[in-house]
Design a protein around this ligand. Sequence first.
Ligand code: KPL
Length: 399
Amino acid sequence: MSFGAPAGASQSTTSSSPSRIHVLGAGAVGLLIAAHLRQSGRPITLLLRTQAAVDRFLHGGNCIGVVNDWTKAHPTRRLFLASDPCASLAPWKAADVQAEAPTADSSSRGPMISRLILATKAQDTLHAYWSVKERLCSQSTVVLLQNGMGVYEAIQREFYPSPQQHQKEPATDIPTFIIGTNSHGCLRCQNEEGEKEEDFVTHHTAFGSCLFAVRPSLLNPPPALPESALDMLTALSSLSLDVSITNWSDLHLRLLLKLAANATINPVTALTDCRNGYLAPPPPGSDSQCVDQDYYTSMHSYLSSACAEISAIYARAHPHLHSELTARAIEDYVTHIAHTTARNRSSMLQDVAAGRQTEVEWINGYLVRLGQQHGVPTPVNTLLYTLVKLKEASSHHTK
Ligand code: KPL
């Protein structure tokens, strides 16, 4: 299939110049990936929300940057990609986006996109996808990089409903999807207390890793992987962000564990305004600072009931993974993440503090829906979901 005459989306990996990658979502993670892609020599196009953002980018000298704050051994280093002729822009106007299915005018849809990284927040991803859907085809590859789960399924339901659902021909323009998970800490503001944001600059605060896998196609028979997917995997592997490529079943297990960490750590930190280390108290009797016994007992009881509930949901939804997703295994994983990210302010805490909508719908909300589907009661996740929703509403109320 041909891409038409794309101005910004070259297709060939055999030519000497690497193919352009579009990045939609210029938040902390999107900018981190975009800057590292540029550093590895890739031309990128940032898709921004508004013309005002495009103007700010142009006035700032077409410049994106990463400030490396993740190691004391390397004092803050700036990796700036100033005046980069390849970091061109295509505006993404959120104001034009409707919740309904796309009705884009094909004459004004813009050049086709062969490689896209969608790094928006989970709650913004359907709108964002809608804004580019008409520029994607079966030869395109889309990388989804969100917290939580269910975004891929929501895109399929919304934009590529199965023929049985709508009694029509199966869609033939479905791109290949690569799903990713990221554990690098990054922030858009100068420090963790939320000082002024610099435009198009991200602060890399904790060095983690990234894992990606191709999501098996739901089409029958599954199509061969397009060249854009293989090239995207090559581009991702070359980033200096400790990237691994794995198979879908391995990634799926890691996503379920990460979901458990997000479902337990994020709501509690957002509700208590504490860093992640709050969920990993030192064991009683340890020689580190004195720990209040009530806090220790409450945290232990919270973690064990939340992890037992998540394990019960997984046992019904994914029985083949049960031996790896026992309550004990989940609790050990969550505690490990709380320890290793002890100094982090979770993404949900940052969202709540900034008065933004959180990803709770795709984290605890997802678990509640999964529990309902499989007849598993979810009192803990339902309560966490409700409290975070109330917290979101209260921060809107007080603004
Ligand atoms: O992914 C995270 C988040 O904040 O969203 C954790 C793992 C909790 C690290 O902060």
